[in-house]
Design a protein around this ligand. Structure first.
Ligand SMILES: [Zn+2]
Length: 348
């Protein structure tokens, strides 16, 4: 009977599938952003210094940590060692230098930091962190906030219940993680809606609009050591302890741009870092992990050897080296992290 045959095939197929998958040498690319302690972290991007140290100790003891270019080379050659792991940190936060680099050096873990180069001269925070200063800073907001993208096409954000931001609201938002979908205040809701409007703007529009909003709301712009990006000198210093990869000029959604614009963003970030560091920059990470085949082809054409995306999978010899999967690491203890690494190797 066909249905019986199907049932048997499913039962037999499953263990064989998993067995075959487990027998193949596989690696894992870990995605981090920031190391340190902050009040709000809606996207779960921060791992505390203590836990980052515990996690790196786990890797040093129980995995084969490799810088991404080396990891990608071995993957291409089909020689990835068992439990090969590449640690990557996206965006180029200065906490990567102050908090992560000393731990990486102590534990001997080679990591790769993907740097967004337009930030290097500004010493400013990324737009999403400046937006958090604007929306999640003030105790009281006006009834309505106007955000770009152009003066003639403003989006009026009705503030409503988010007008007042109490200590209780702040305590709720300190626990909020977008991925968990847990409870958040009306103010956090307003922040996320404003974030979506800003993400769709061009870099120039966004920077101009942020400047205007700082004026309109009377908020003093800060460049917090926990949040700001590295300067030129700081990237040079960091490059003594980590491998540097490119992450575009302005952190755009590459697949929403023309090919010429996307090519410029990727090519120029590589060139800028190579001039600065006087060495080849061979690896790249797509901002927000967002890409389409045209963008992937551009990464190949520009001369990168590998590029990181953001979907969770393990890496094996058949994985596309220009769309390497990555798993995001949370603020976990060493034990939790070790169990999660085992789960990823077993089930992804
Ligand atoms: Zn990024």
């Amino acid at each position: 009977m066909p249905s019986e045959a199907n049932r048997l095939r499913t039962e037999l197929g499953r263990p064989l599938f998993w067995a075959r998958k487990r027998l193949r040498p596989r690696g894992l690319v870990l995605m981090y952003h920031s190391v340190g302690t902050v009040e709000v972290d809606p996207w779960d991007l921060y791992v505390t210094r203590k836990r980052f140290a515990e996690q790196m100790e786990v890797l040093a003891r129980s995995a084969v940590p490799l810088a991404l270019p080396e990891f990608a080379r071995l993957q291409r050659e089909g020689r990835l060692p068992r439990r090969a792991v590449a640690v990557t940190l996206d965006d180029g936060y200065v906490n990567n230098l102050h908090e992560a680099a000393p731990i990486l050096e102590q534990t001997g873990v080679d990591a790769t930091v993907f740097v967004t180069t337009c930030q290097l001269e500004s010493g400013r925070e990324f737009w999403w962190d400046e937006l958090a200063q604007l929306i999640l800073g003030p105790d009281v907001l006006p009834d309505r906030i106007i955000v770009g993208p152009e003066a003639e096409q403003p989006t009026h954000m009705i503030v409503g219940e988010a007008k007042k931001y109490s200590g209780t609201d702040r305590a709720i938002d300190a626990q909020f993680r977008d991925t968990l979908g847990n409870k958040k205040s009306a103010r956090m809701g307003l922040f996320l809606r404003t974030w979506a409007v800003y993400q769709a703007m061009t870099h120039t529009e966004r920077q101009r609009d942020l400047d205007r909003l700082f004026d309109d709301l009377g908020v003093e712009r800060r460049a917090r050591i926990t949040h700001r990006s590295m300067t030129t000198d700081e990237v040079v210093t960091a490059s003594d302890s980590v491998t540097v990869g490119a992450h575009t000029l302005t952190h755009p959604l590459l697949h929403r741009m023309s090919l010429a614009e996307a090519d410029h963003e990727m090519r120029e970030s590589k060139r800028c870092l190579e001039l600065l560091l006087e060495r080849e920059v061979s690896t790249f990470s797509y901002p927000f992990g967002a890409r389409d085949q045209t963008v992937v082809n551009a990464a190949i054409d520009i001369g990168f050897d590998s590029a990181c995306a953001g979907y969770p999978e393990t890496v094996c010899s058949s994985t596309d080296p220009f769309q390497l999967p990555r798993v995001q690491v949370g603020d976990w203890t060493g034990d939790q992290f070790e169990r999660q690494i085992d789960r990823w190797f077993r089930f992804l």
